[in-house]
Write a protein that binds this ligand. Structure first.
Ligand code: F6R
Length: 369
């Protein structure tokens, strides 16, 4: 049942190109537009939306953080992202024109369910992004966009996360499409890029042996830090979460710009720091800023593990270890940049003798608040 792999997690990491492709299947028409008929919220209602609020927990929350960048850029609708467990306790401002998106692999997470119930009581429409047919969260939502990752068995979420990202991009692009924003042309181009992206994920998977080797060499470390900017910031948070839950190591993700506001004090000789580097094309100012962050931490002795696009030569002098990912549009980069971090955490867990599929103290779906 593990299809020749030692762990479900390895199998599920390997299934990601297919999971991504399956989640796009039937949702892009021949003309290159999106058809999300299954989202039973009418185009007229979507045109009225004046705020998007995303609620989720854990890895799904990280998908939501990335979605915010895409939604605000492509639609110009303000978007908030909140941990479901915090949401209803702060008396959030919601109305009939708020669209609440609840992201959940299992569809049974109690915190997320309670958050969506609260949103519906306030008269907001709720769209679920979910991987489990007929589970509670989609049943209680106004509409659902299913991710087609297939069953995810390993407790640590991998393929569900990538498909949550795809679903979020689809919702963002669809909102942009029905509302006809000024990014009209860009939306068409992104839909084309998205339809190619599963091949890029496949290419990343083919080049992971050095990442595994690196992970094994770090098995006796206590701490690993992760840095990112823009959409690379939630990717850093996700890399840190995977490492905590699988390797039981102290791992923290930071926005690279926050380094000088405190975390840089943590840097000491030989501390592994993983840096997710944005594309040097496009918004190149982001790229230049992170290169100087890498220089800063390296000057203090950190061992830099740099995840950077193919052809990005500016990072080479400052990378103790360089992991190459294919060039993608900035907003889509998390689909390729997360994969090495999953492999890294899985291999470190194995090297430390941990149970990969069933980490201590964790359950696959958290049905208590
Ligand atoms: C981490 C992980 C958890 C879940 C979280 C939400 O690898 O799996 O953080 O993402 O418990 O679960 P769902 O998506 O089922 O609501």
């Amino acid at each position: 049942e593990k299809g020749g792999y030692d762990y479900f997690m390895l199998k599920e990491i390997a299934e990601q190109p297919k999971a991504v492709a399956d989640t796009l299947l039937g949702r892009i028409d021949a003309g290159g537009s999106l058809t999300l008929d299954e989202v039973r919220i009418s185009a007229a209602e979507l045109r009225e939306v004046d705020k998007v609020v995303i609620v989720a927990c854990g890895t799904a929350f990280h998908a939501g953080l990335i979605a915010k960048y895409a939604i605000e850029h492509w639609t110009r609708i303000p978007c908030e992202v909140e941990l479901a467990s915090e949401f209803r306790y702060r008396d959030p401002i919601l109305g009939k024109r708020s669209l609440v998106i609840a992201i959940s692999q299992s569809g049974e997470t109690m915190d997320t369910l309670m958050a969506l119930r609260h949103a519906r009581e306030q008269g907001s429409k709720v769209l679920a992004i979910c991987n489990t047919n007929g589970s509670t969260i989609p049943r209680e939502s106004d509409a659902v966009l299913y991710t087609h990752a297939g069953p995810e068995v390993a407790v640590a979420s991998t393929k569900a996360f990538l498909t949550q990202l795809v679903a979020c991009y689809l919702v963002a692009l669809y909102l942009g499409q029905v509302r006809g924003t000024k990014w009209g042309d860009e939306i068409g181009a992104v839909i084309r890029d998205l339809s190619q992206i599963s091949c890029e994920v496949e290419r990343v998977l083919e080049t992971m042996e050095p990442v595994r080797e690196l992970a094994r060499s770090l098995a006796d470390k206590n701490t690993v830090l992760f840095l990112g900017r823009h959409v690379g910031y939630p990717v850093a948070l996700e890399g840190a979460l995977k490492l905590k839950e699988l390797a039981y190591m102290h791992a923290e993700g930071f926005a690279a710009g926050e380094l000088k506001h405190g975390p840089i004090a943590l840097i000491e000789p030989d501390l592994p720091v993983v840096v997710v580097v944005p594309s040097p094309r496009g918004r190149s100012v982001l790229h230049d800023k992170i290169v100087s962050n890498i220089q800063e931490i390296r000057a203090r002795g950190a061992r830099t593990i740099v995840i950077a696009e193919e052809g990005d030569e500016a990072v080479v002098p400052y990378a103790d270890h360089l992991v190459r990912i294919p060039a993608t549009p900035t907003l889509l980069q998390p689909l390729v940049a997360t994969v090495p971090l999953q492999v890294f955490a899985c291999e470190l867990a194995t090297a430390r003798g941990n149970e990969v599929d069933q980490p201590r103290n964790l359950a696959k779906s958290v049905t208590v608040e």
